[in-house]
Design a protein around this ligand. Sequence first.
Ligand code: PLP
Length: 384
Amino acid sequence: MHRLGTETAFEVLARAEALKNSGRDIINLGIGQPDFKTPDHIVEAAIKALRDGHHGYTPAPGIPELREAVAADIVKNRGIEIDPKQVLVMPGGKVTMFFAILMFGEAGAEILYPNPGFPIYESVIEFSGAQAIPIPLLEDRDFSFNADSVLSQITPRTRLVILNSPANPTGGAVAKVEVDKLVAGLAEHPEVAILSDEIYSRMCYDGHDHVSLLHYPEIHDRLILLDGWSKTYAMTGWRLGYSVWPETLVDQATRLAVNCHSCVNASAQYAGLAALEGPQINATQMVAAFDERRKVIVEQLNALPGFRCRMPGGAFYAFPNIEDTGFDAKTLQNRLLEEVGVATVAGTSFGALGEGFIRFSYASSTESIIEAVERIHGFLSQSM
Ligand code: PLP
């Protein structure tokens, strides 16, 4: 158990809530969830499902209509046909990574993962007994991986490569040429599986088209795709996600589901169906709002002394370099929260290579972003 890490964003959230409850005025740019409500038609579908008597267990992989709707959505948004039987409905995006890493991780194995990256990758790799090998995501490459260096990290012990684009915490979006190169190189390593975390697939800006690993049929027999409803439809608390598994692994993944959670909450599955089949206008408007805020926050952060911030190509995070402030990431995170009431997350929460950065989630109103940056300006003028 001591090898298991955590997601510090939840600790920051708890501390921010505690400060708020004690009467402090807190601006929360820490937690990574949309500030929008789940669209009404989705909420209504869940209520209707309960009223219609969908109270019981569902099949472990999900209700057939939803698995079919996910397959249809993949045709619509990624242009790729898959068999609905490869789709598993999961209680959130996280569970797919947990299952995939447990499946491939064991003592003696190596798993490559993005660093800085979503903290659960490193945590569960280490928990599984495997060695976590960081794929460095560097500021001067706009936090995209370098295919040649990823390929050079593969050894006979490598079992799984984890990719995430658009990325948390950096907002980096990988270019197609780099993915092409990586997939071409993976032909030399047919025993290595890939987990592609595409939970932010619908949040791409400035012509950064989403590059899905599903676009490469040559790796379909060893690709696990992770996506879900949490970010796209502002449904983080519903705990609803999905994965696409190679035909050879889907039964094993289903068996893990049966051992772990039986099935996903029935009414949430009907909500997920309404989300995919209903109007997409709310989801589209939300992304347009994030795009506006992205430009505001990056401009504002770049005007702060000691900060420099790349323009993120996707997701809803800005990841400025704060080295020139003279603070380390954790100290700056704690002092901003305690002294000026602005919640952010230290880059080190996303791996050792996150030192020198802090993460801002801009899934928050423009006014609160502007106010937060003003407060940080005040803090830096006094403390630097
Ligand atoms: N993958 C990435 C990269 C994320 O940032 C998150 C959530 O922040 C998840 C997966 C987990 O999503 P869910 O809340 O659906 O479990």
